[in-house]
Design a protein around this ligand. Structure first.
Ligand code: TXA
Ligand code: MG
Length: 347
């Protein structure tokens, strides 16, 4: 199959909507990362998504809507907190887990009784959903295990020959996937951090929001997980990444004595000149939004450079930085070295 990258003209938006209606799977832009979209109510479209990504079929997809009427079709009941959050954050990078309704087939949710829903903040994609008149399920449009795509070309790299169309909406703004929040229990719980933070959610809801255990540490294969996505290795380029915790001086000293010609450093923009080995920067040191924006494109760039070993500077672990930290430690297979105590942890 030929895969076309199309500009978001009216004509192409109409084409994208009709492909979705016909049960095809297409690449679409969102404000977070590109998605691989298929009609949420069409079992065969959902199967195509899992196949194109090589995704384990116990990992549920997020359902994307364009208005609140659609929400009623995809969930069984709308918790009060969901209404508060939808008013505050939608359209935007927040996925809310609620009881699954009839408008989403069970295959899309990996058989679970719940569904994650979000309204993406991207005008092209909102128009596509509106025209199709059906919500679509969409995981990030990468091959499972690889970094999420933030440009149409990234999608093309992973999906060429597998899908008919990718709509090119330019570079994604956020660069990391949505915050996933479960409202299935009394206390809301963050299953995946994103640019909407715990603090933002607590402020909107005027109550405590918890963060699931698997967000900053590895879940063992025998532990019960709240979100199946937590179990899998993610976002990994071909290179072997290690996250080094410590000061810039400690980082430089360590990489000097542990590198060969195919080793790269991932550092912050301001630090590039101080690093004694070839380096790529992934955003400003004290600006986690710029780090989120560049993280996945940096991981893909390392592949293009044929990097074999990568040492990464460690981001903070609070606010928006938590989303960056969460993705980076997964791309490193949880390999973190504490340079102060010289501890190697597999957290
Ligand atoms: O920003 C995003 O969320 C992007 C764009 C395309 O919207 N989508 C995305 O989808 O990141 P995906 O499939 O790559 O990640 C969805 C995550 C997975 O970790 C999955 O396990 C979790 O959300 N998830 C989805 N439905 C769930 C459910 N019912 N219960 C628990 N976790 C769920
Ligand atoms: Mg993904």
């Amino acid at each position: 199959m030929e895969t076309k990258i199309l500009k978001p003209t009216n004509e192409n938006i109409i084409l994208a909507a009709s492909l979705l209606k016909q049960g095809e799977v297409i690449g679409v832009p969102t404000e977070t990362v590109y998605g691989l979209a298929g009609d949420s109510g069409n079992k065969s479209a959902i199967e195509k998504i899992f196949k194109a990504k090589g995704r384990p079929n116990d990992n549920p997809l997020i359902c994307h809507i364009s208005n609140l009427e659609m929400l009623k079709r995809v969930v069984k009941e709308i918790p009060k907190d969901a209404i508060t959050l939808a008013k505050r954050f939608w359209p935007g990078p927040l996925t809310i887990i609620m009881p699954r309704g009839k408008g989403v087939c069970k295959e899309s949710c990996a058989g679970l009784g719940s569904v994650g829903v979000r309204m993406p903040n991207n005008i092209i994609t909102l128009k596509i959903i509106e025209l199709a008149g059906v919500p679509f399920s969409a995981p990030s449009a990468n091959i499972s295990g690889k970094p999420s795509p933030t440009t149409a070309m990234d999608v093309y790299e992973d999906m060429k020959g597998k899908i008919p169309v990718i709509i090119d909406g330019g570079e994604c703004e956020a660069g990391v996937e949505s915050t996933v929040l479960s409202l299935l229990n009394n206390t809301p719980i963050i299953l995946r951090p994103g640019v909407i933070t715990k603090k933002d959610l607590e402020k909107a809801l005027s109550k405590e929001v918890k963060i699931a255990k698997g967000v900053i540490e590895e879940i063992s294969s025998t532990q019960k997980v709240l979100s199946p996505g937590m179990k899998y290795k993610h976002y990994a380029p071909k290179a072997d990444i290690t996250v080094l915790e410590g000061s810039l001086e400690e980082f430089c000293e360590y990489v000097k004595s542990h590198s060969d010609e195919s080793t790269y450093a991932m550092c912050f923009d301001e630090e590039k000149d101080s690093i004694p080995i070839p380096s790529i920067s992934y955003g400003k040191k004290n600006d986690p939004r710029t780090q989120a924006h560049k993280l996945f494109s940096t991981l893909r760039e390392l592949d293009a450079l044929n990097a074999k070993k990568v040492f990464a500077r460690c981001p903070q672990k609070t606010g928006v930085s938590l989303a960056v930290y969460n993705r980076l430690i997964r791309s490193a297979g949880f390999k973190i070295i504490d340079l102060k105590n010289k501890n190697k942890t597999f957290c």
